[in-house]
Design a protein around this ligand. Structure first.
Ligand code: SF4
Ligand code: SF4
Length: 441
């Protein structure tokens, strides 16, 4: 292994959610809104109508394309609204499970069958990309990979949902890792954990001592952001930096998240579709930060109630981590499968301050794990200099936010670069940063 040399050290702010040492069941929500665009890939369409009764786990939307994944109800009740973009379900508060959810007496070992089950359960990468898991597994099989890495690094501040899942459900994570390994065709699976989660490492190793799954092992990595990003993990394990555009599969590695391994275990062993996940609700504005079993489609305001609400007005509400997350406008935006956390940040953490001129200090270059020159890229985006953007490899940016974090001039480098990737804008990009975490915080 080759430890990540670039990247940055961040304050972790994880102690508050970890001090509530369980994954809690939130108070039930009256209404659930399931957005139809929950995965990256072809669109899906509702297969229920207004007035239909549904159970927890009933399929409510699906697509005809093999690369799409279906969507399942996360509550029991009645479909109260169907729109081209969402399905709203009014809960009957009875939490009746779909009859199809029950323990599978015999676990299949055929990769094709496992992949089919994973697709039908609506699994996507729960580490934030929302790529359909079955598509990644099929690609891995066709490329012939040797190693499956289960990402348990969780290197963004505040987030502890993966850490808590490994602490509380180590057996399920280990068994899920093995099932994904079989499905992917890899010879071994490695659960990668940063050194600040040694308790999780210990518990996984001790459980596996009894389970004796010899094809699943653990590895500890230094605490460094963005160690948990796919390309950084692959660089660590493959011992070399991936070239621009090069896939991890080219070096025989597939990266999935530990939460995806857990969901795969539930899908295969319990026939349970992906209708809930662990998320961290945290930030200095939250009274009692916690990890919750959040039903997909719940609104942040409902989940915050289970954390005793807010004690001060947040400047920003973020879905995900503070480095790569997405700022949301209000507390009624429903969570999707890819949301790992809800953070309520005050102004001192959310504001990056007024932008000043670049002082050519080079810190953004030192921090960039993709060996880019962020300042030049941001300047080229603002000038819409396409030739320069191509020369300096705009599309290699993984949007990790490290450059923004270290910049003493408070230039929202990552947000500018991201906007360039998305649109190649004609006008100057003003700072409404997607990256909201300030180094002054
Ligand atoms: S340029 Fe992109 S990859 Fe490099 S540090 Fe900035 S956000 Fe991360
Ligand atoms: S870190 Fe900021 S000030 Fe330093 S070179 Fe990069 S853009 Fe300029």
């Amino acid at each position: 292994m080759k430890p990540l040399k670039k990247g940055i050290r961040l304050p972790d702010f994880k102690y508050r959610s970890l001090s509530s040492p369980q994954i809690y069941l939130p108070e039930p929500a009256r209404f659930i809104t399931l957005l139809l665009n929950q995965h990256s890939g072809p669109a899906i369409k509702p297969c229920v109508e207004k007035g239909n009764s549904v159970f927890v786990g009933t399929k409510v939307a699906e697509g005809s394309h093999w690369n799409s994944v279906p969507l399942h109800s996360s509550t029991s009740g009645r479909v109260s609204e169907v729109t081209p973009t969402s399905i709203v379900i009014e809960s009957d508060e009875a939490d009746r499970l779909d009859p199809s959810i029950h323990i599978r007496s015999e676990i299949p070992t055929d990769p094709g069958q496992l992949i089919q089950i994973i697709r039908e359960a609506g699994l996507v990468d729960l580490g934030g990309s929302a790529n359909p898991t079955h598509v990644r597994l099929i690609q891995a099989r066709s490329e012939g990979i040797h190693t499956l890495i289960l990402n348990g690094c969780e290197s963004e501040p505040f987030l502890t949902c993966d850490h808590m899942l490994m602490l509380r459900h180590p057996v399920e994570v280990l068994k899920g890792a093995e099932l994904l390994r079989i499905a992917s065709g890899a010879k071994r699976a490695v659960i990668a954990i940063e050194r600040n989660k040694l308790e999780a490492l210990e518990i996984l190793n001790s459980k596996n001592y009894n389970l004796k799954i010899t094809t699943v092992e653990t590895a500890t990595l230094p605490v460094r952001y963005p160690q948990g990003m796919e390309r950084c993990l692959v660089e660590t394990f493959a011992g070399r930096h991936l070239k621009p555009g090069e896939s991890s599969l080219n070096v025989g590695i597939l990266v999935e998240n530990v939460a995806t391994a857990f969901a795969a275990y539930e899908a295969i062993s319990l026939r349970k579709p992906l209708y809930e996940r662990v998320i961290t609700v945290d930030g200095p504005c939250v009274v009692e930060p916690k990890n919750l079993w959040a039903r997909i489609g719940t609104r942040p305001m409902d989940l915050l109630r289970s954390c005793k609400g807010l004690m001060r007005e947040p400047e920003r509400i973020i879905f995900g981590g503070p480095m790569t997350g997405e700022a949301i406008e209000h507390l009624e935006v429903p969570i999707t499968k890819k949301v790992q956390g809800i953070l309520a940040l005050p102004s001192e953490l959310a504001n990056s301050g007024a932008e000043e001129a670049c002082i050519r200090c080079g810190r953004c270059v030192e921090a960039c794990p993709e060996l880019l020159i962020p300042e030049t890229l941001a300047r080229a985006v603002r000038k819409n200099d396409i030739a320069l953007l191509e020369e300096y490899d705009l599309n290699s940016c993984t949007e990790c936010g490290s450059c923004t974090y270290v910049c003493p001039s408070k230039i929202p480098l990552a947000a500018v670069i991201r906007s360039g990737k998305n649109t190649l804008v004609k006008e100057e990009v003003h700072s409404k940063p997607a990256y909201v975490f300030s180094s002054e915080g």
